[in-house]
Design a protein around this ligand. Structure first.
Ligand code: ZN
Length: 337
């Protein structure tokens, strides 16, 4: 049996004590000092969830290409630079890049991530190859190869992934989009999309699609955010990626409206997929959220919103935790799982 000790971020807040664990299982959460010298001391939190990535473009970061700081020119399908580079890249380049990003996530305490997978069936297969044998779980949200509804393709995508995630309503003919959403919902799979990133998009059109969650909502008005809140739809913010494009979430407004926030790292070609870096960045630009708030968001809230196992940091649950240096947020210990 081993121990970690310090402060523990439980579902009900912070408490001092220790965790006793053995064979990847938590045996006890106790107060005071552990019976044996702990393997690590610090701030103990559940493993982290990265709620929004595109790790297929990791290989582009390694190419050291100068990227345009414009959403349309860089990431909008089908002609954004990223999509041109993805079409030209070999399977091997893409998969190796994904593996590097996954490895980085694991080392930094991320156990789950939710990827918006481009490139249709091929994109799903590339990600599954990269995930093979690695100790991480991924919600794969796939995307049709073109901006058109193709029933046959969609059936295959839905069969092989957890759902569909699209670039934005602005990229699609709305009637085509509705067909995609209907099939996704009929199969009881997840539907998500980027929304109001660089322009304010029509909130009625967005909400009529009944998305499971939205990403960005930078340009959303207070009334848009309120309606999203009323429908209990979480919003994933990706502040470092936004700042690359000169954009910034309205932290004050998100807090005022009490939106359910999740945190993602977005395109791996722009930033590392390390959520702890995202938290440090958020704290450097706003004091609206405390570090503990943010850590709670990327652990308990994200698990709840993405329907993951919420039974964590309690006796008989999996030893699914990390220990951080409370000041620097550096991971000191990542439990084996
Ligand atoms: Zn994105």
């Amino acid at each position: 049996m081993d121990f970690v000790s310090g402060e523990i971020l439980t579902k009900d807040g912070l408490r001092k004590g220790y965790i006793a664990f053995e064979k990847r299982k938590i045996l006890e959460i106790g107060k005071g000092r552990p019976l044996k010298k702990p393997v690590c001391k610090g701030l103990i939190i559940p493993s982290i969830v990265n709620s929004h990535t595109h790790i297929g473009d990791s290989f582009i970061k390694q190419k050291k290409i100068k990227l345009p700081k414009n959403v349309e020119k860089l990431v909008a399908p089908p002609e954004g630079l990223k999509h041109k580079l993805l079409r030209k890249a070999s399977d091997n380049d893409i998969i190796k890049g994904m593996e590097k990003s996954i490895d980085m996530m694991i080392k930094n305490g991320t156990k789950y991530f939710c990827d918006f997978r481009e490139n249709g069936i091929l994109g799903i297969n590339q990600l599954k190859t990269a995930l093979h044998l690695l100790k991480i779980k991924c919600l794969i949200l796939s995307r049709p190869n073109s901006l058109e509804y193709d029933k046959k393709e969609l059936d295959l995508l839905l069969k092989d992934s957890n759902g569909i995630a699209l670039s934005s309503i602005s990229d699609w003919d709305y009637s085509e989009l509705k067909k995609v959403v209907k099939d996704t919902k009929d199969k009881k799979k997840i539907f998500a999309l980027h929304a109001s990133e660089i322009i304010r998009e029509n909130i009625d059109d967005i909400l009529d699609l009944k998305p499971n969650f939205l990403v960005h909502m930078i340009k959303a008005s207070e009334s848009d955010l309120t309606r999203v809140k009323e429908m209990n739809i979480p919003i994933v913010i990706c502040p470092r990626a936004n700042s690359f494009f000169g954009l910034r979430p309205d932290y004050k407004l998100l807090k005022k409206v009490k939106n359910d926030i999740l945190i993602g790292t977005d395109n791996a070609m722009i930033n590392s997929p390390i959520i702890l870096e995202e938290i440090k960045y958020i704290r450097s630009v706003t004091k609206e959220f405390s570090i503990l708030n943010l850590l709670y968001i990327v652990t308990y809230n994200a698990r709840k919103a993405l329907n993951l196992d919420c039974d964590i940091l309690c006796p008989n649950s999996k030893a699914d935790f990390i220990v951080l240096n409370k000041k620097s947020l550096k991971p000191l210990y990542v439990s084996d799982w």
